[in-house]
Ligand binder design. Structure first.
Ligand code: KG4
Ligand code: ZN
Length: 391
């Protein structure tokens, strides 16, 4: 059974096509267009620019994905749509301009479901994906499976990779816990059984990815700063020299499962000011040292609180998901502790390229619904994007 998936929640436009068989997903197409260059000058994602870029790119990605999956077939006769897509003309004129010719040139493909991210994320950006899914659903008469972006991050870390094209949806040992760490979220989610999510903790201020990006900006590094800080810190640690910086670990012993990262960020800023007062501008070495101290503090808090939740809830499986899940120091510290004190814990991380936003994770979340026979479709007429959607 083929599923076409769409992701436009932030600054990556993605269209993927998978074929779901037994407990296996075969990837037939996985396209992604990054907007990093568009947003880099602003040091963060600019919603109106994100919306426009998604609207300009998504039809090209649809064509690419259908072609990669060998599902793109021209219409025998040019097909003119009447007013089925009138809803696009008001707020999605750019999307409409690209989608109308697409529908008149190409036939309905062999697709059983359209999966789309409906939230959380930047609402103007989400709407492009949602309206594309609605248009495809109306014209092709294919049902829509709305997907929570955070569930996509969880499933992307929970599937087992067999080879480049094949993923296995293996049964997990429950109760499970997911630590979700991305540019917009930092959450601990308790999973009693497949699909039964309950948030037990979250950040009270910045998301951890956001803190990485803001600290990188203080150093004058490019956006997104997470991977750059991570690389600087890795290289610094390899040198095994003492670090002159030490940063606080806010809320580490707060007794609940919430987080706070704005304090570490502010402490980093003060450390930069102090250093400059005493030594002048920060050289590469000083930046790498402070970046390491920042990463140490963040990772310590994340790992400490997650293991607290593991103890409190008798957790069997931990799934770390979201862009920051690709952080190698986080993975190492987590894994070391599991090996030392939790030998029976199943600790799951996504492949690095599947950790950051993409459409395959949305397809995999839909595949999970199909395989567990709990498919939740939604009518295209009433489908909405919800920037604050909770898990
Ligand atoms: O999940 P994601 O692609 O987008 C959101 O849903 O937000 O996460 C992007 C975030 C960015 O803040 C980026 O800086 C951070 O993940 N990130 C990292 C690493 N790779 C991406 N942060 C720390 N270390 C990394 N290796
Ligand atoms: Zn994400």
């Amino acid at each position: 059974m083929n599923i076409l998936a769409i992701e436009t929640s932030c600054d990556e436009t993605g269209v993927a096509i998978i074929d779901v068989r037994d407990s296996t997903t075969i990837v037939r197409a996985n396209t992604l267009a990054s907007q990093i260059e568009i947003h880099a000058p602003y040091g963060g994602v600019f919603p109106a620019l994100a919306k426009r870029a998604h609207a300009e790119k998504i039809t090209t990605l649809l064509i690419q994905a259908l072609s990669d999956a060998e599902l793109l077939e021209p219409q025998e006769e040019m097909h003119t749509l009447t007013n089925e897509l009138a809803f696009l003309s008001e707020k999605e004129s750019v999307l409409q301009e690209h989608l109308l010719p697409f529908f008149s040139y190409y036939k309905k493909p062999d697709i059983a479901y359209i999966a789309v991210t409906v939230g959380p994320g930047l609402e103007p950006a989400l709407w492009v994906g949602v309206n594309t899914a609605r248009a495809l659903s109306i014209v092709w008469d294919i049902p829509i499976i709305p997907i929570n972006h955070m569930e996509g991050h969880i499933i992307a870390a929970a599937v087992e990779k067999i080879d480049e094209q094949t993923y296995k949806h293996k049964p997990l040992a429950f109760p499970a816990l997911s630590l979700l760490v991305s540019g917009g979220h930092t959450e601990l989610v308790h999973i009693e059984h497949d699909g039964q999510y309950k948030k037990i903790g979250q950040t009270r201020d910045d998301a951890v990815g956001e803190a990485f990006d803001k600290v990188a900006r203080m150093f004058g590094l490019a956006y997104p700063g997470g991977p750059i800080i991570s690389k600087l810190a890795r290289e610094w640690r390899e040198r095994s020299v003492p670090n002159i910086f030490e940063l606080p670990r806010p809320m580490m012993y707060s007794g609940d499962f919430d987080f706070s990262f704005s304090g570490i960020k502010t402490a980093t800023l003060y450390a930069i000011c102090d250093y400059k007062e005493q030594h002048g501008d920060m050289n590469e070495e000083a930046i790498a040292m402070l970046a390491t101290a920042f990463e140490d503090a963040v990772v310590d808090v994340l790992v400490h609180k997650t293991y607290k939740a593991i103890d409190a809830h008798g957790i069997e499986t931990v799934i770390v998901g979201g862009g920051v899940a690709g952080n190698t120091h986080l993975q190492e510290v987590f894994t070391k502790k599991a090996i030392k004190s939790y030998p029976n814990l199943n600790l799951l991380f996504p492949e690095p390229w599947l950790a950051t936003d993409n459409a395959l994770m949305i397809a995999l979340a839909a595949a999970n619904q199909v395989l567990s026979e709990h498919i939740k479709t939604a009518p295209s007429e009433t489908l909405r994007a919800d920037g604050n959607l909770s898990i």
